[in-house]
Ligand binder design. Structure first.
Ligand code: FES
Length: 119
């Protein structure tokens, strides 16, 4: 788990790049906070430098877009999803990213569960 910031420092529309072994990008979209791996799965570009439109972030290098809720690419040239990470926003405004724990509903947990069941 990484404590990233206070929600006051991540207002709606803001993006924060969190340096870590694997850098994380944290987005506030209309009050919902999302965390994904910062590095595009196509090549080495920082998604925190990209453009956010709705719940999508567009890579600044070749314009692949990723769904912030699922990490799935929505257009080429990226073919692989970025990892999502669960986020906790505490009542006092602390924002924590649970690195390696897929965001609820991201599909990664579903895929992992399916793999565990042998699907
Ligand atoms: S590096 Fe992101 S689309 Fe190419």
């Amino acid at each position: 788990m990484i404590r990233t910031c206070h929600l006051d420092d991540l207002p709606p529309g803001a993006v924060l790049r969190v340096p870590a072994d694997v850098p994380i990008a944290v987005f506030n979209v209309d009050g919902e906070v999302y965390a994904i791996d910062d590095t595009c799965t196509h090549q080495d570009a920082s998604l925190s430098d990209g453009w956010v439109e709705g719940r999508l972030v567009e890579c600044p290098l070749h314009e692949a877009a990723f769904d912030l809720r699922t990490g799935a690419p929505t257009c080429l040239p990226a073919r692989r999803p970025v990892r999502t990470h669960a986020v906790t926003v505490h009542p006092d405004g602390r924002v924590e990213v649970h690195v390696g724990v897929p965001a609820p509903g991201s599909g990664a947990g579903v895929a992992a569960g399916a793999a565990e069941r042998g699907a």
